[in-house]
Write a protein that binds this ligand. Structure first.
Ligand SMILES: NC(=O)c1ccc[n+]([C@@H]2O[C@H](COP(=O)([O-])OP(=O)(O)OC[C@H]3O[C@@H](n4cnc5c(N)ncnc54)[C@H](OP(=O)(O)O)[C@@H]3O)[C@@H](O)[C@H]2O)c1
Length: 277
């Protein structure tokens, strides 16, 4: 398979394709991690909340791929963003993954009751200790990005947000670019919905590709965008990763972008979600 190009963002170099692991547990999480690495994927996305770090770590080690060739992301839950909790959760993440260091640690969801300065100061301390290489955020709006950039003593390399053809993220993407950050697209397949989309299916037929490949290609063809699709089926890994040997025409990119609509967002958890842009 063609290796994923690296996206440069504030000193980090992140493969533009990674394996999402939400809802993958135990042997499935370990097996999919190992299989994706054997195929050539070099970016794995997990989180404390996914409760699969032990399995993901097992998959990483079983793959035989040298640690330094893999970009591993984890996330601190919104209930653990005070300084001592950040330290405790990051240490637990590393203990469970057992991979020495994290390439990227994200604030999983914002928490308005804890000052960003305290949270991001604790992230910066982890970076100084060598436990994490880069700092990022997730589910941050344009307003929160500005606040985070101002509050963090270190550069912020990415904002991981929901992004797929049904959700317009142009404002958030512009804010990321303004600050030298990438945008990591979660639910890049709209949780599988794009596979049934008539427009995407027609474009896929024209390229002799699958709808998932066209949706993922549409994301990574945009500068500074990274996609992290999840699958629990090994048979789908090569399909999803096989997006670096074709290109969509500008007119196709525009047609896919026009599928966005105001109710396109899937993930909007009451209590955690900020007021979106
Ligand atoms: N930061 C956050 O708050 C946040 C929130 C949500 C997700 N994430 C991250 O983003 C990752 C991806 O997002 P997601 O898991 O929500 O959704 P997704 O990747 O958009 O979609 C996953 C779904 O699509 C199906 N699928 C996979 N490949 C396919 C293909 N080639 N054709 C048709 N269907 C396919 C999968 O089914 P099978 O398993 O049967 O293949 C699964 O049901 C997560 O795993 C997680 O790492 C982060």
């Amino acid at each position: 398979m063609i290796p994923a190009p690296l996206v440069a963002c504030n000193g980090a170099a992140i493969p533009d394709f990674g394996l999402g692991t939400w809802r993958l547990r135990d042997d499935v999480a370990a097996g999919m991690t190992e299989a994706s690495l054997r195929l050539g994927v070099r970016h794995i996305d997990t989180a404390r909340l996914y409760e699969n770090e032990v399995a993901v770590g097992r998959g990483i080690r079983a793959s035989g791929v040298p640690r330094e060739q893999i970009f591993v992301t984890s996330k601190i839950p919104p209930g653990a963003l005070k300084a001592d909790a950040v330290r405790r959760e990051a240490e637990a993440s590393l203990r469970e993954l057992d991979i020495g260091y994290l390439d990227l640690l994200l604030v999983h969801w914002p928490n308005a009751s804890i000052p960003l300065k305290e949270t991001l100061g604790a992230f910066a301390a982890l970076k100084r200790r060598g436990l994490i290489r880069h700092i990022g955020v997730s589910n941050f709006t344009t307003k929160l990005i500005e606040e985070a950039v101002a509050a963090c003593p270190e550069p912020i390399v990415t904002n991981q947000v929901e992004y797929h053809p049904y959700l317009d993220q142009s404002k958030v993407l512009a804010a990321c670019r303004r600050h030298g950050m990438s945008l990591t697209a979660y639910s890049p397949l709209a949780r599988g919905r794009i596979a049934e989309d008539a427009t995407i299916r027609a474009i896929a037929r024209a390229h002799n590709r699958t709808p998932a490949q066209v949706g993922l290609r549409w994301l990574v063809q945009q500068p500074d965008v990274i996609a992290i699709p999840r699958s629990s089926r090994e048979g789908r890994l090569a399909e999803n990763f096989g997006i670096h040997d074709f290109a969509l025409a500008p007119e196709e990119m525009t047609r896919i972008a026009s599928l966005a609509h105001p109710r396109g967002r899937d993930t909007d958890p009451a209590g955690w979600a900020p007021v979106w842009d």
